[in-house]
Design a protein around this ligand. Structure first.
Ligand SMILES: C[S@@+](CC[C@H](N)C(=O)[O-])C[C@H]1O[C@@H](n2cnc3c(N)ncnc32)[C@H](O)[C@@H]1O
Length: 139
């Protein structure tokens, strides 16, 4: 692994371990500033549009899930039959604990893995799911 990547993942590890629930509840609160920001920056005008987009999705990837706040949104607004895969190299366990605490972990698989060699299409998907605060690291 490159030094740059080690540093970045190290900072994220620190961030999530110190703030396991950072912005988690606010993200889930429909109508909150963070909730609206995540939807709007991903092209959804309202929760109904988000739900409509997710309606036929059978598998949803949240690559770089952090503490799971967006994974939780995806769980709440997708159909229960959809499988959600939440990946993070440093915080998949924190995401799992958070979703369990909020009763939103059903059908969600949490993986502690590094996402590398991401194709452009997948990058677009990741950008959508990650809440856009930054892109995942990868070649
Ligand atoms: C900016 S945070 C976004 C977290 C979350 N999606 C959100 O919106 O709150 C990016 C997350 O991606 C993870 N990450 C970055 N690059 C990664 C990679 N190549 N493989 C796995 N996880 C990665 C980091 O550990 C961090 O938790």
């Amino acid at each position: 692994m490159e030094d740059r990547m080690i540093d970045t993942l190290g900072s994220f590890k620190d961030k999530w371990e110190k703030n396991k629930r950072l912005a988690f509840e606010e993200t889930l609160r429909e109508g909150s500033e963070i909730f609206n920001w995540i939807l709007q920056r991903n092209g959804f005008e309202n929760p109904e549009g988000f739900k409509r987009y997710l309606r036929n999705k059978k598998r949803i990837l949240d690559a770089g899930c952090g503490n799971g706040r967006v994974t939780a949104l995806l769980r709440r607004y997708s159909q229960m039959s959809a499988e959600i895969v939440a990946i993070d190299f440093v915080s998949s366990q924190i995401a799992k604990e958070n979703l369990e605490a909020f009763g939103l972990s059903r059908g969600v698989v949490f993986l502690q893995k590094i996402c590398l060699k991401i194709s452009q299409n997948l990058k677009n998907l990741i950008s959508l799911l990650s809440g856009g605060s930054s892109s995942p690291i990868g070649p």
